[in-house]
Ligand binder design. Structure first.
Ligand code: PRP
Length: 179
């Protein structure tokens, strides 16, 4: 397999080893916090594919996994906070312990909307885990229980995240060269 960095990638932000290490640490926290509970992981497609696969395999016992696909109305890469559900959950959340699994909180507006929407379905608990968080999400005070890495405002790709649907398969997270 080629280990070359594609030309559009400016630099590697987080290596495969750094990701593996941090995902293990987050999984240990989740294992401790939900010990003895029935946990439902809700992944947000498509970016959360890698973090979901790696995190879930480090969790104790059996967890359930379900997926949502949402689309945010906005100009270009800017999130507007107005979200449309493209694929809803198959699972009833009533009385469940739910952990939303995300790849990146950019403005945080998608998650803010999602939490409100899922809260209305009366889960026993609802928390967020995100691998990456950008400064605007911090400013918007989105309440996140688990954060992998706080990063700068770079356009990041790899490990599930894309640019025009490319680069999701990279084993590391890279910053794209300025367009
Ligand atoms: C990304 C990411 C979050 C959202 C965050 O998804 O997975 O869901 O943007 O943006 P926000 O915090 O500014 O609301 P994207 O729309 O790129 O779709 P994808 O996961 O299919 O790549």
């Amino acid at each position: 397999m080629s280990t070359e960095t594609p030309a559009e990638i400016d630099r590697v932000l987080l290596s495969e080893e750094q990701l593996k290490q941090r995902v293990s640490e987050m999984a240990a926290q989740v294992n401790a916090d939900y010990a003895g509970e029935d946990l439902l992981l809700v992944g947000v497609l498509k970016g959360a594919m890698m973090i979901m696969a790696d995190l879930s395999r480090e969790l104790d016992g059996s967890v359930e996994i379900d997926w949502m696909a949402v689309s945010s109305y906005g100009a270009g890469n800017t999130s507007s906070g107005v979200v449309r559900i493209l694929k809803d959950l198959d699972t009833n959340l009533d009385g469940r312990h739910v952990l939303i699994v995300e790849d990146v909180l950019d403005s945080g507006l998608t998650l803010r909307w999602l939490v409100r929407s899922l809260q209305a379905r009366q889960p026993a608990s609802l928390e967020i885990l995100t691998l990456l968080r950008k400064p605007e999400a911090v400013r918007n005070k989105v309440d996140v229980r688990y954060v992998g890495f706080d990063i700068e405002n770079d356009f990041v790709v790899g490990y599930g995240m894309d640019h025009n649907q490319h680069y999701r398969n990279l084993r590391y997270i890279g910053a794209l060269k300025p367009l």
